[in-house]
Design a protein around this ligand. Structure first.
Ligand SMILES: [Zn+2]
Length: 281
């Protein structure tokens, strides 16, 4: 007896004469005898229906809208994007993601990305050395305490080659920073450091900390959160035609309990490395 389950993050509610089914921004109110059969089956365990005695036209419709699936797995970020906004579904542009870093955090980011893009056309790879040839595609640079002294050079090389890259700063800096996501025309790490140091009372010393700071590694919960947020920004970039994540910087604070704030990096005019010109549009 074929069994269907509702898709991850799909929802439903029983109504007196039918039910409402929803997935992302799509929803439908279904009434009539066929809907009552589906509703009554869903009432049993909340998430599965058997096709015996069910109206196949209705089941097919629920499957075509992604509400029911035969083998639902964990929802990928791409599927969630599609459910939320109708973008990113199906298309899988040819993209390359390279994670640079030697830490467990770098490995975790690469692992999540590989799982999320599995079966698509996006390729994910890893390299422990931050220097070396500039990879094609989008690059994730992970700093968690052992890379001091290399970051300015990495920034300079990526600026020269117009590389799109995400900076993940998980050094003891509180908060941890996931971003900015640098793309040609939205500034560089030099501007970012300038802006962050400028608002503090010891800008010269803090600037040096941003460039060369070292630290111990964070705990597991923090590592997983940082890795998940980093993966989300990269997946947004590789999944949609007009990515909304350029310049985005997520700030993960922990002092008052975990919180995430989103900023958009603005280049510093006249920046010695990128010039600080804003991209048109
Ligand atoms: Zn700059």
């Amino acid at each position: 007896m074929p069994e269907y389950r509702i898709a991850p993050y799909a929802g439903w509610v029983p109504l007196p004469n039918g039910l409402l089914v929803a997935r992302g921004t799509w929803y439908a109110v279904i009434r009539g005898p066929a809907s009552l059969d589906v509703r009554d089956q869903l009432m049993v365990d909340g998430r599965s229906v058997h096709t015996t005695n069910l109206n196949t036209v209705l089941v097919d419709k629920l499957v075509s809208h992604g509400f029911l699936q035969t083998q639902p797995g964990v929802a990928t970020y791409r599927a969630l994007l599609a459910a939320e906004s109708g973008v990113g579904a199906g298309e899988s542009p040819q993209r390359t993601v390279t994670v640079l870093g030697a830490s467990d955090l770098a490995g975790e980011i690469a692992k999540i990305l590989a799982q999320e893009v599995e079966g698509g056309e996006t390729a994910v790879s890893m390299r422990t050395s931050l220097l070396g040839p500039v990879p094609a595609g989008i690059v994730v640079v992970v700093a968690d305490g052992t890379e001091f002294g290399l970051l300015a050079e990495v920034n300079r090389r990526f600026c020269e080659s117009d590389t799109t890259w995400l900076f993940v700063d998980a050094r003891a800096s509180a908060p941890a920073l996931i971003g900015p996501l640098f793309t040609p025309g939205v500034g560089c790490l030099e501007c970012h450091w300038m802006r962050r140091a400028a608002v503090l009372s010891k800008p010269a010393e803090y600037d040096q900390y941003l460039r060369e700071g070292r630290s111990g590694s964070g705990g597991h919960w923090q590592q997983h959160m940082i890795a998940g947020l980093a993966a989300a920004l990269v997946l947004d970039w590789v999944s949609v035609e007009a990515p909304r994540s350029a310049g985005t910087c997520l700030e993960l604070a922990a002092a008052d309990g975990p919180s995430v704030r989103r900023h958009t990096h603005v280049p510093v005019p006249g920046c010695a490395v990128c010039g600080g010109e804003m991209a048109d549009g």
